[in-house]
Write a protein that binds this ligand. Sequence first.
Ligand code: NAP
Length: 417
Amino acid sequence: MAQVDLTAVSDVDTEPGTLPKTMAAWVIRQEREGEPRDAFQVEEIEVPEPGAFEVVVRVMAAGVNYNNVWAALGQPVSVFRYHPEDDHHIGGSDASGIVWKCGPGVTRWKPGDEVVIHCNQASYEDVEVHGLDPLAAPSQRIWGYETSWGSFAQFTKVQAQQLIPKPANLTWEEAASYGLVYFTAYRMLIDQCNLQAGDRVLIWGAAGGLGVFATQLCKITGAQSVGVVSSPEKGELVERLGATGWIDRREYTGMMRKGGESPDEEKARFKESRRFSKAVGEILGAPPDIVFEHVGQATFPTSVFTVKTFGKVVICAATTGYNLDFDVRYLWMRQKQIIGSHFANAYESTKANELIEQGLIRPVLWRTMPFDGVAEAHQLMRENKHLGKIAILVGAPEEGLGKTAEGPGAIHAEVGA
Ligand code: NAP
């Protein structure tokens, strides 16, 4: 395979309106699924043409998400199952960029417009899109995970409805960093749980991608939150973001459910869950109204136990395992609810983005890496070495560009362990 010149990634030799023939892209192929450092490789690949109601965007910066750790690993399923029509997978479900070419039917956008991209796709022809929710459509896909033209490339192909104006107060890398996790957290808390001033919220992984936004949403709503973290550095970050307090989960390793515990082991595990629950109540002043879940198997029994009577456990992922078991008596006797949630629709994404434009919610950037850092960034995420978000420069030749209005910009997380 020909070497791709990565020093020229920020150069494009066509004007908006015209696409070059090929581009540099980080590509996963089925035969090399495995650790991110091996699965991702740079290839030169054809630039796709936009179809009806589609837009090709020149990517200025891209955001790193856990979904392409899963894509690299080929777990729990290979992404090639989702897009059998293409034998390449260009991952990347967050981007900031410039509209480069619009397909037939697109009227709201034109070449040259500066945008960020939300990652939900659905067919215009599905009836669910017109009255229920695009997330309910049979055609619903996450762009850059379940589709093959994501943002780790010089150009990406999206549906026009995915475009949102880029907040002028952010640099390219800041604008690329937050969409997927922030819009997911917004739907989970604001729409699914009707978060209110005075609510109390327990947030797992509060210094991670989802967690930094869940914490900020609680703060601006007037809700209290306690964040679970695994180091004091992460604890300091969530406090800076407005959490009432934090708990280091390393002090409660015994509460984590592994599966297959004997009755005695489960009794000991439950005792630790109870101890954790008490600590949560002490920080918040009462048990949480809402538990923000994405860890899954290890923490779910503790979440169901800890949430207040009549409270809600809202869950969008299961990083430690998706076969969840828990003592259901705590659910029915105390009339608790479990709510599944997945990403967000275009309206929610746009509303959430307005809070970024207003500087009320801020991106939390840990590192910005050059284009050649895509595989390494996913490896860091897989090894849980990051805080907040990682951005990748693609068309932007250096950090700090693209900001055209005053504003607070991103919070820069400490470069921690
Ligand atoms: P992330 O940036 O890696 O943050 C996750 C946090 O979870 C980590 O910071 C870590 O915090 C904590 N964690 C990791 N392993 C843990 C364990 N064994 N026990 C307790 N806490 C643990 O990832 P993210 O972007 O927030 O995403 C988290 C998950 O949600 C991923 O599986 C992702 O694919 C999924 N997700 C789903 C959707 C959706 O729409 N369905 C959207 C976004 C993300 P500490 O080590 O500090 O505790």
